[in-house]
Design a protein around this ligand. Structure first.
Ligand SMILES: Nc1ncnc2c1ncn2[C@@H]1O[C@H](COP(=O)(O)OP(=O)(O)O)[C@@H](O)[C@H]1O
Ligand SMILES: C=C(OP(=O)(O)O)C(=O)O
Ligand SMILES: [Mn+2]
Length: 527
């Protein structure tokens, strides 16, 4: 059946290894000089020219299905159907007679809300990534597997912009009607997971499921929490909590039955990773894990997590079961607490605050953070950004579709929402310093345990949020960013500037309810 499906798809490789075990994939990666096994047991690879996502090279095929349902613009670039056909044919030709790998599995841990996928790769390590990051099939599921989506990710195939209608040698093209994703020219493995994330974000809303760029975990009593946030805000770091059971670190859906992970693994950042601050992630870097662009000492084969010479966006991929106590299958009930994470490089937002229901809508639509270096091509230092739903690069539909689904659910289930800033304190990036992981964890713990229900608050009139005056495990002065700056006037000016940025950004939304509008920051000057 597999062989027939491959023939029907229209490729004729010399061999195509299907769902090889982890050990075999590692061995092949090593014997083909794709990478080396480090002192930790993890496989280490380099991705070459591109070490982060290429958002300008990411397209969606423009056709009857997508023309009125996709929010076309700076993020979702249209790709013509005929050019897609030509590029697909070219890629098929390219892989003729080559050795390929196929991973058959799923995106979505909830059997009622998943897509069957087939990932076709030209490198063993990429197939290992697919195996560890997506959801693996049972023996029975593998036997009867029929993919809804085929991802053909061929690292060695580069496009020629003039011929192929692409923007560079790299392309990531989603054909949502035909269930095909084409990736070429880049080996950054994050493209595979994020393109299937975008696919889920298109497919699920019409099935009544809310897709979310968030991590999730569960307390011992079964209560679940979500952590929304853009890249680098702490979804992976803070959801990996020794006192709670991990559900997933990046992509989830919320159906009438509760939440479920889209993935079967995690993709953690490695830059400056320390054993003390993130022991579970540190220990997950073992046999079966894949390190991307981490510098390895040639003599000791030890990873140097402090060396960012290849990129700041160094990564490790590992399956969920590398984290002690992770929930399997990764499914949980309706969340009790929702945390919005931001990494404010201006250093002015309070590190923790409580949001009203309308404030939650305002901040979900705003999606403020600072883009950190490396995750996207061209970002070299933190850059303030507003990204709707805390994940605009992955949302094919209009932001209102997702915001509406969040609003309904907060109302229905009465989840409490908090805003946690894991960014800078004592001054902006360059002058102040990043809030300590230990402190951010204590804030998360206090929010989830209910401890923040029992402390006094002050209202921050500028940002229009409620800020706790005390939080167990956090020195009181850390809670008030103004007090951490050496010069209060500079703080006030910077805070005013950020508040104005929020207001200016929000003018792009039409038809927002007055209550939501009134729940945002209130700069003293009109903008
Ligand atoms: N206070 C903090 N809270 C969370 N992460 C922090 C903090 N300070 C530094 N970091 C670092 O910032 C990065 C957060 O990234 P990560 O958790 O992977 O974000 P995401 O999963 O949202 O992309 C990690 O490298 C982590 O070590
Ligand atoms: C993998 C990515 O996401 P995150 O940093 O949110 O984990 C990415 O944006 O390429
Ligand atoms: Mn992450």
């Amino acid at each position: 059946m597999f062989a027939e499906q491959i023939a029907k798809f229209g490729i004729a490789p010399r061999t195509i290894h299907r769902n090889l075990p982890v050990g075999a994939l590692v061995d092949m990666a090593v014997s083909q000089s794709e990478g080396a096994v480090t002192s930790t047991g993890a496989l280490s690879v380099r991705t070459g020219k591109y070490t982060g996502r290429s958002p300008d090279d990411r397209y969606i095929v423009y056709d009857d299905l997508t023309q009125d349902t996709v929010d076309w613009g700076k993020i979702n670039h249209p790709f013509p159907e005929d050019k897609f056909d030509r590029l697909l044919a070219k890629m098929k030709g390219f892989v003729t007679g080559k050795n390929l790998f196929a991973f058959d599995g799923f995106v979505g841990a909830d059997p009622g809300n998943r897509l069957a996928i087939r990932v076709i790769n030209d490198r063993a390590w990429q197939s290992l990534f697919a195996r560890q990051l997506f959801v693996g099939p049972s023996a029975g599921e593998l036997r009867s597997h029929k993919p809804d989506f085929t991802i053909m990710c061929i690292n060695d195939f580069e496009s020629i912009p003039k011929e192929d209608g692409t923007n560079s040698d790299v392309f990531i093209i989603l054909n949502l009607s035909r269930g095909i994703v084409l990736i070429g020219g880049t080996s950054y493995a994050g493209e595979m997971k994020k393109s299937m994330f975008s696919t889920m974000n298109f497919v699920l809303p019409s099935r009544g499921v809310f897709p979310m760029h968030c991590s999730a975990n569960m307390g011992r009593g079964g209560d679940t929490a979500l952590f929304f946030g853009l890249s680098g805000t702490g979804k992976t770091t803070l959801s990996t909590d020794p006192d709670r059971m991990l559900i997933g670190d990046d992509e989830h859906g919320w159906s009438d039955r509760g939440i479920f992970n889209f993935e079967g693994g995690c993709y953690a950042k490695c830059i400056h990773l320390s054993r003390e601050a993130e022991p579970e992630i540190w220990n997950a870097i073992r046999s079966g894990a894949v390190l991307e662009n981490v510098v390895i000492d040639s003599r000791t084969l030890r990873p140097d997590f402090d060396d960012g010479k290849l990129t700041e966006n160094t990564r490790v991929a590992y399956p969920l079961d590398h984290i002690p106590g992770a929930v399997t299958p990764s499914i949980g009930g309706n969340p009790k607490t929702i945390i919005f994470l931001t990494a404010d490089a201006m250093g002015v937002l309070p590190p923790v605050s409580r949001l009203t229901e309308m404030g939650a809508m305002y901040h979900f639509m705003s999606g403020y953070t600072s883009k950190l270096a490396g995750t996207e091509r061209g970002i070299k230092e933190p850059k303030a950004t507003f990204s709707e739903c805390f994940g605009a690069p992955f949302m094919p539909r209009h932001a209102a579709v997702y915001a509406g689904m969040l609003g309904e659910r907060i109302k229905r289930y009465g989840a409490k929402t908090y805003f946690i800033n894991t960014g800078w304190s004592g001054g902006p990036y360059g002058a102040g310093s990043r809030i300590k992981i230990r402190h951010s964890r204590a804030m998360v713990t206090a929010a989830l345990s209910g401890a923040l229900d029992a402390v006094p608050y002050r209202h921050d009139d500028l940002f229009n949020i409620d800020v706790p005056i005390e939080c167990p495990g956090v020195p009181a002065d850390v809670l008030n960013p103004r007090m951490t700056w050496p010069d209060r006037d500079s703080y006030d000016q910077a805070a005013e500037r950020l508040a104005q940025m929020f207001v200016r950004n929000f003018t792009k939304f039409g038809g927002v309810s007055p209550q939501v509008l009134a729940s945002g920051p209130r700069p003293s000057q009109d903008v």
